[in-house]
Design a protein around this ligand. Structure first.
Ligand code: PLP
Length: 380
């Protein structure tokens, strides 16, 4: 039986269209900064991709900067805000480490925006906090992701934007997980900066983008040539960017297919709830593809290993990093420290079928029953 891949939030399989675009760009070669025919063709390829990436997030193409991924896009936003005078950064408790650690490394003070039991940011806290700013804080900066990588919980970003804007602040939105799974309109959301990543939507790894609005001034993090309108030096990753563009185009077309995942996810969720599991973020709006489920007394690592043995790939904790399983800060921020070591994430995507979700449920129930029986058995 073929393996079932249900870890799209870690990385999505590369779409055939993206594979073809990468291969074509590699074969064609050319440096977009060269003025000869090969250079002009590479530039045209890159600008076509920029338009497609911009369309996915409803941003003007001229405001899209290509980066080496979601991590760099987030870092660029945080460091730009600090360079523009933000001395106290407010970041939600459930942000990805790319945002949390960039904020901590920035030299500015970091304050954590709490979330409720469903993982939704507390906007009353935010309004109150921004209302009590003092002169030392500089320009307010708030990072609130659009959708969480572990739970799929969607944040009230447009409402947060109104609060941040009223305070004259800068709202950064990490839309790395939301893009390609739900419609993302960076301007309607009121984002001053918004980050996305190719490999989460079926493009290649190592390429991402940041879009910025008129109230955000970006710094130059990499110095050298005048690429990306002098905002990011270095010869562009044209094959990666071409793949990103093709994936963005396909992901936009596929949005209705992406939303169909919700019914399959919900059926799987119902089966696990029946078995006594807890679903995190179930009471909040969520991405259609993501299920974060915790089973007390069944460690996440054991769940994932058992699923893997049954040919089903899922992940535990913030599995983006290094294959190590660490207790989830997201689950802990939701007040469920008790579940932080036993929550796993199942996430489907463009090539996932209803059958894949069924295979996951069967494998999980079998593993759980075996584990429960072992725990009940008297020690020899
Ligand atoms: N932001 C979120 C919400 C993510 O889930 C990830 C990756 O898992 C990133 C940022 C980092 O993106 P990249 O892997 O492209 O650096």
């Amino acid at each position: 039986m073929s393996a079932v891949y249900l870890d799209y939030n870690a990385t999505a399989p590369v779409r055939p269209q993206a594979q073809a675009a990468v291969a074509e760009a590699l074969a064609a070669g050319g440096n977009p900064s060269s003025v000869h025919a090969a250079g002009r063709a590479a530039r045209a390829r890159m600008e076509a991709a920029r338009a497609k990436v911009a369309a996915l997030i409803a941003a003007p193409a001229s405001t899209v900067i290509f980066t080496s991924g979601g991590t760099e896009a987030n870092a660029l936003a945080v460091e730009s805000a600090v360079a523009s005078g933000s001395r106290r950064l407010i970041v939600s408790a459930v942000e990805h480490d790319a945002v949390l650690e960039s904020a901590r490394a920035s030299g500015a003070e970091v304050e954590v925006l709490p979330v409720d039991a469903e993982g939704v940011a507390d906007l009353t806290w935010l309004a109150d906090r921004l209302g009590r700013r003092n002169g030392d804080d500089g320009r307010p900066f708030v990072a609130l992701m659009l959708a969480n990588n572990e739970t799929g919980v969607i944040q009230p970003v447009a409402e947060a934007a109104q609060i941040v804007r009223a305070a004259g602040g800068w709202l950064h939105v990490d839309a790395v997980q939301a893009a390609g799974k739900i419609a993302v309109d960076s301007r309607a959301l009121g984002a001053d900066t918004l980050a996305i990543s190719a490999h989460k939507i079926g493009g290649p790894q190592g390429v991402g983008a940041l879009t910025f609005g008129p109230r955000a001034t970006l710094v130059r993090r990499l110095h050298g040539g005048g690429q990306e309108r002098s905002r990011r030096a270095g010869t562009e990753n044209v094959p990666g960017i071409a793949g990103f563009g093709a994936a963005a185009e396909a992901a936009l077309e596929d949005l209705p297919v992406a939303s169909a995942q919700a019914a399959w996810r919900d059926a799987a969720e119902a089966a696990l709830l029946d078995a006594g599991a807890t679903v995190l973020g179930r009471g909040a709006p969520r991405l259609p593809n993501t299920l974060c489920v915790a089973m007390p007394d069944f460690p996440a690592e054991l769940q994932v290993m058992n699923l893997d043995l049954a040919g089903v790939m899922a992940s535990a904790g913030s599995a983006c990093s290094s294959g190590k399983v660490k207790p989830s800060h997201v689950v802990a921020a939701m007040g469920r420290e008790d579940l932080a070591g036993c929550a796993i994430r199942i996430s489907g995507g463009w090539a996932t079928s209803a059958e894949d979700w069924n295979r996951f449920v069967e494998a999980w129930i079998r593993a759980h029953d075996r584990h429960a029986a072992r725990r009940r058995a008297p020690a020899a």
